[in-house]
Design a protein around this ligand. Structure first.
Ligand SMILES: Nc1nc2c(ncn2[C@@H]2O[C@H](COP(=O)(O)OP(=O)(O)O)[C@@H](O)[C@H]2O)c(=O)[nH]1
Ligand SMILES: [Mg+2]
Length: 300
């Protein structure tokens, strides 16, 4: 299945209502209101939903215009909003000595799975990634990453359970240098019960990494769960201001009806979208494409 159809089918739950609010409808004053309601239901946020519905009611569609023209108009508006945040993360990564990518986010959002998916993409494009199981807080997290590393055949660095995550990260980068791993992907803990401990640990990891290379981490990725919708804003707020984030990955777009949330996330935080998760399989992580997303979400 191509990338476009994969995004399209993943976004079905989100796009259904938006698409239905337009399909077969007459272009009259009710239409803008229906579209506004549908966008709000899709978690696009009140401000953006209102803005788009106003644009639709102000737009003078020609007499012969059809619902397809309305969909195209809305898709273009969504595209214009998102295009500046489309970022080719995978091509931006350089084989370095090593290129360090820190992956952060709340438990269950998809960090470990995304690390494996990213490692697999790098491996397939000729890099030699090393994945680091720095979620030493949960034994299961280490096992989960080991499972993936074996499956996709990439190098892994794991330490003792409850061991010091920052210490492990330090030795993993030394290992990567000896081992010629051009890319290091660091999976981290996401316990939210003790936010201050977690933030302190992530800060320590960053300090340690910087000691080896002042430019590292070269990318810090925040993983967000698509099912969280608008409520992701608080998570972005915390990680962006306390740790620093270069881009986001939104996972589980395949299971959510709240896929509109990424519109309000980029609008509010002006943050690039590095990729989107569209399923549980290893190749279910796709570069974010604003055009495909915009067309899919209106049902074009
Ligand atoms: N459907 C779907 N499931 C996902 C996606 N990404 C991750 N998951 C699942 O979400 C669950 C939590 O993921 P995990 O990587 O362990 O999250 P972590 O706690 O942040 O490391 C796992 O069951 C994953 O298979 C996605 O894009 N789509
Ligand atoms: Mg994990």
């Amino acid at each position: 299945m191509g990338i476009f159809s994969k995004i399209k089918s993943a976004l079905q739950k989100t796009s259904r209502k938006i698409s239905l609010s337009i399909t077969g409808k007459k272009i009259d004053e009710n239409l803008a209101q229906e579209i506004e309601d549908a966008l709000i239901m899709a978690d696009a946020g009140v401000k953006i939903s209102l803005e788009f519905s106003q644009k639709i009611s102000q737009k003078k569609f020609p007499k012969e215009a059809t619902d397809i023209d309305v969909k195209k108009f809305l898709s273009d508006e969504i595209f214009n909003l998102l295009k500046p945040y489309e970022f080719n993360f995978f091509e931006s990564c350089r084989n370095q000595n090593p290129y360090v990518i820190l992956v952060i986010g709340v438990n269950g959002n998809g960090k470990t799975t995304s690390v494996a998916k990213i490692a697999n993409i790098f491996k397939n494009s000729g890099h030699r990634p090393l994945v680091v199981a720095a979620d030493t807080f949960r034994a299961a997290a280490v096992e989960q990453l080991r499972f993936w590393a074996e499956k996709i055949d990439v190098d892994i660095c794991a330490g003792k359970e409850k061991g010091d995550a920052a210490g492990l990260v330090f030795s993993s980068i030394e290992l990567a240098k000896r081992n010629n791993n051009g890319v290091v992907l660091i999976d981290t803990a996401g316990r939210m019960q003790n936010r201050d401990d977690l933030l302190a640990e992530l800060e320590k990891i960053k300090r340690v990494v910087r000691k080896i290379d002042v430019g590292a981490p070269h990318k810090t990725i925040l993983i967000l769960d698509g099912l969280t919708g608008q409520a992701s804003h608080t998570q972005v707020d915390v990680f962006l201001h306390k740790i620093g984030v270069d881009g986001i990955i939104i996972t589980k777009l395949d299971g959510t009806a709240k896929g509109g949330a990424l519109m309000s996330l980029v609008r509010e935080y002006q943050i690039p979208i590095f990729a989107v998760g569209v399923g549980e399989d290893i190749d279910d992580l796709k570069p974010f494409n604003a055009r495909d997303y915009a067309d899919a979400i209106v049902g074009l």
